[in-house]
Design a protein around this ligand. Sequence first.
Ligand code: ACO
Length: 435
Amino acid sequence: PDDRPEDEAERGLRVADRGFLNTAVIESAITYIDGERGILRYRGYPIEQLAEKSTFLECAYLLIYGALPARSQLSHFEREVLLHGIMHADATKFFGSFRYDAHPMAMLTSAFAYLGSYYGEANPSLQGQTLFTKCAKGDPEALQNMDKQIYRLIGKAITLAAMAYRVRQGREFVVPPTGMSYAESFLYQLDHLSPTDSFSTSSSASPSPSPYKPHPVLARALDILFILHADHEMNASSTTVLQTGSSLPDPYSAVAAGCASLYGPLHGGANEAVIRMLVSIGSPNNVPAFLAAVKRREKVLSGFGHRVYKTSDPRSFIIRKIADEVFAVTGPDPLLDTAMALHDAALKDDYFVSRKLAPNVDFWRHVPHRILSTIPCIGFPMDFFPVLFVVPRVVGWVAHWRQMMLSPEGVKIWRPRQIYVGPSERSYVPFNERE
Ligand code: ACO
């Protein structure tokens, strides 16, 4: 029996949907997924076509503004994004307060939130919420202001990510270069040798040319990986960005919340978990024992399974193809044999087949590991992997955030309900009367 007060009960059915398996939280025109047929489209364009023909920043424009840009629109967008990658010198000091061994995701989450303190013009509480109201009404100045926050967030994503990497190594930060693509700029900022980089380069790798010039095949591979990760409709982190954004904070705070959500091993942290898993399995011979432990529920097969895809994730085929191009440049990946053995054995095993568990995009994540382990100085720490997911996903977050902010119906705060299962009313018991 429904014992809710009458006025509440009149509002209709309340559904408990643990994990939001069947709850659509928004109407969106951005990304389409058909998990049964393995289809992913950005604004109607198949991911396979975009990965082959487009660039990351063109896809970013498409996702955010809804249409493929004209040449002049793309040039303007690229220029603005790359220009806004530059950090104010004062803001870089903030990174000095992190422990040398802080997890890069913890640094990045804090850094995005910190940007909110820097750009007061985006903060509605300083502006009496007028910014978003004006945006929704199509005010050109307010829309320009919104665009500027978007350029900053995308441009600074690679700068902050590279800073988190270099902090770990005690290396000076690099000013974003000019004349490079987004992926090239990121590789440059990660690895450019600054004058105070006093350590020698590893003897096993070729010495770093100075100034650093990213390998074109690897830069293009990274650009495609960024395209594949740019958006994925209402995943946990995008939902978090919208949930946070629905109370109208500045977009930096909403993105910081998304970053925190992506940190976890069931979401963006899975790619780090895949690499650790492959390293711990060690060789194809150990695959059967590992799978047996997974089936006993002692371990998880990271990089398998997906809430939406019940067949192979289409992005995993594209990454598999890029992998061959990357390995042709970097040499074979020591983890590849183990990954292939694990992949083939799991797809033949009834435990995984009956649960429709197929490889997700994170399974082939050792590809960027290989791209970035070509960075000659120190190599690439595994815990940096979720950061490589955040960088492109900032685009999806801001695309969803902008769509919600400009929604003709206005923004409604996301305030779900619960099913209360605790005790009914009882009276306070003093200490001396408690059992
Ligand atoms: N290894 C072993 N068993 C698994 C796995 C896995 N990777 N994934 C799901 N299962 C099992 C579950 O134990 C459950 O079995 P049961 O019905 O006998 O209890 C069944 O398959 C259904 O799984 P759920 O956890 O209910 O599926 P859900 O949709 O809630 O979770 C998730 C999806 C979180 C991705 C899950 O598959 C998982 O933990 N995978 C490993 C982590 C991972 O790769 N995450 C990346 C996701 S993609 C991304 O964020 C980019």
